[in-house]
Design a binder for this molecule. Structure first.
Ligand code: NDP
Length: 493
């Protein structure tokens, strides 16, 4: 692995490393900090304030005050829309620094962070700003005795806790924060401990955009303390979480005290199906990107590959060739296509699955770490694993795909649905009937046909089965950040 000269100053100091509470960057109450690590070399980037349950309490108090008495939920919808639009613009203008921070903290290629993640987050704020002025109710003709004017109002929920992971720190934060703010909620955000930096910078941009103090608060810290307190807090009205299914269950348990609303965007083990009539070249390219993008750290990663017998050898050989060509390296190397996995803990988890996979199937390509420094893993293809093998059943969340064969549509739909997850799926075929029939029968929140991993702020995204509750993005998300109030007015005297 050669690292060419970086084009950005990777050593420039990081501006925001504290907690953001009530519009101020502050130390944690007990003054503790933790190291945030660069996964490309295992070195400390900087120390970040380490929040505790008591810090969550004061952030929630600020968010509560901002919701109950502050201007945000009461301001003209067009003013709220303008602030969110400005935030999108500020993000675009900040792409170089925001991208640098995301690459340092998460490891992804700088080109991807600046030209992918940042514009994608900005696009969320731009798109969702429009909902601020379009949260309409309806007038309902009722049949009760008497005369009535009955209507519904769509109202903000209150204080929303956002608990996000480390694979797309900025993007997943914006999936949640943009609709929450558009509806007039206030938020307390807990970034993942592995990737706190972009959340803090986003907090600064929120203030610059004119979002009032207390509307957006950021408490860095550990899941079992900060995350747990946010999920259980009696003054928090909703929690929106992205992460593992196991932690999702813990969030549900914690949330039941005040029966707060819950959105869960959890794991996946997505089936990607290639029929024999597909454009094979496009299917190979799309399926490779579908699993290896972001080093496979994507909830929707195309981690189970199902290829028809007639084209199996050609597809698997083509994907193996692509996997061997992928440039894995430091995110600041302009040649890098995929970076390291995001933390030592996760590197060990994925490495454990490489060992499991070698016992459960055959290694087509990859299967090892790259280098001795940093958390780099070879793009890996396993084949020949049994349907109940761990590498077929469990989410690996790394650059690892398991290839399987099928003979007909019945068999492949049954195999694809034989999972507790239901997040996403891919179908590659030129036959329009096969495409629609398969899409209808797959148990997945999103089905991509002749494409994979296409996201847009207007497309709802979320899981069926144990992949979660609720949706991110699209019109549907606004239902998850608002409540309906019915007003029934007697008007016949
Ligand atoms: P987690 O689900 O544990 O972490 C996601 C977020 O939840 C982080 O901010 C984490 O905090 C927080 N958290 C952890 N425990 C609690 C808790 N008890 N209460 C409230 N919040 C909590 O995932 P991991 O990082 O441990 O990754 C494990 C696996 O999860 C991965 O291998 C992958 O399979 C899956 N995953 C799925 C993601 C997705 O996009 N659906 C994203 C990330 C992981 P902190 O990190 O600070 O401890």
């Amino acid at each position: 692995m050669t690292i060419t000269e970086p084009t950005v100053d990777v050593t420039a100091p990081i501006e925001h490393t504290k907690l953001l509470i009530d519009g101020e960057f502050v130390d944690s109450l007990d003054g503790s900090t933790f190291d945030t690590i660069n996964p490309s070399n295992g070195e400390v980037i900087t120390q970040v304030a380490l929040g505790s349950a008591a810090d969550v309490d004061r952030a929630v108090a600020a968010a509560r005050q901002a919701f109950d008495h502050g201007p945000w939920p009461r301001m003209k919808p067009s003013e709220r829309a303008a602030a969110l639009w400005r935030l999108g613009d500020l993000l675009l203008a900040d792409a170089a620094e925001m991208g640098r921070i995301e690459t340092l903290d998460q490891g992804k290629p700088y080109s991807l962070a600046t030209a992918g993640d940042v514009p994608s987050a900005a696009g969320l704020f731009h798109y969702m700003s429009g909902f601020a002025t379009k949260l309409e109710g309806s007038v309902i003709p009722i049949s009760a005795p008497g005369e009535y004017h009955t209507y519904t109002r769509r109202e903000a929920l209150g204080v929303v806790g956002l608990i996000v992971p480390w694979n797309f720190p900025l993007v997943i934060t914006s999936w949640k924060m943009a609709p929450a703010l558009a509806a007039g909620n206030t938020v307390v955000l807990k970034p993942a401990e592995a990737t706190p930096l972009s959340a803090l910078r986003l907090g600064q941009l929120c203030l610059e955009a004119g979002i009032p103090p207390g509307v957006v608060n950021v408490v860095n810290g550990y899941g079992p303390t900060v995350g747990q307190r946010l999920a259980e807090h009696p003054l928090v009205d909703k929690v929106s979480f992205t992460g593992s299914t196991a932690t999702g269950r813990r969030i549900l348990d914690a949330a039941k005290g005040n029966l707060k609303r819950v959105t869960l965007e959890l794991g996946g083990k997505s089936a990607n199906i290639i029929f024999p009539d597909a454009d094979i070249e496009a299917a190979i390219a799309g399926s490779s990107a579908g699993i290896f993008f972001n080093a496979g750290q994507a909830c929707a990663a195309a981690s189970r590959l199902y290829v028809h017998d007639d084209v199996y050898d050609e597809v698997v050989a083509g994907m193996a060739e692509k996997a061997r060509q992928i440039k894995v390296g430091d995110g600041f190397d302009p040649q890098t296509e995929i970076g390291p996995v995001a933390s030592l803990e996760h590197f060990e988890r994925v490495s454990g699955y490489l060992d499991v996979g070698k016992n459960e199937g055959e290694v087509v390509t990859g299967g090892a770490r790259i280098g001795e420094k940093g958390y780099f893993i070879e793009p890996t293809i396993f084949a020949g694993a049994a349907p109940d093998a761990r590498i077929v059943k469990e989410e690996i969340f790394g650059p690892v795909v398991v290839a399987n064969r099928f003979k007909d549509i019945e068999e492949v739909v049954a195999q694809a649905n034989d999972t507790r997850y239901g997040l996403a799926s891919g179908v590659w075929t030129k036959d329009i009937a096969t495409a629609h029939r398969t899409a209808a029968r797959l148990q997945a929140g999103t089905v991509w046909v002749n494409s994979y991993g296409v996201f847009d702020p207007s497309m709802p995204f979320g899981g069926m089965k144990e992949s979660g509750w609720g949706r991110e993005m699209g019109h549907d998300v606004m239902h998850d950040y608002t409540d309906v109030k019915t007003v029934c007015v007697r008007i016949d005297g």
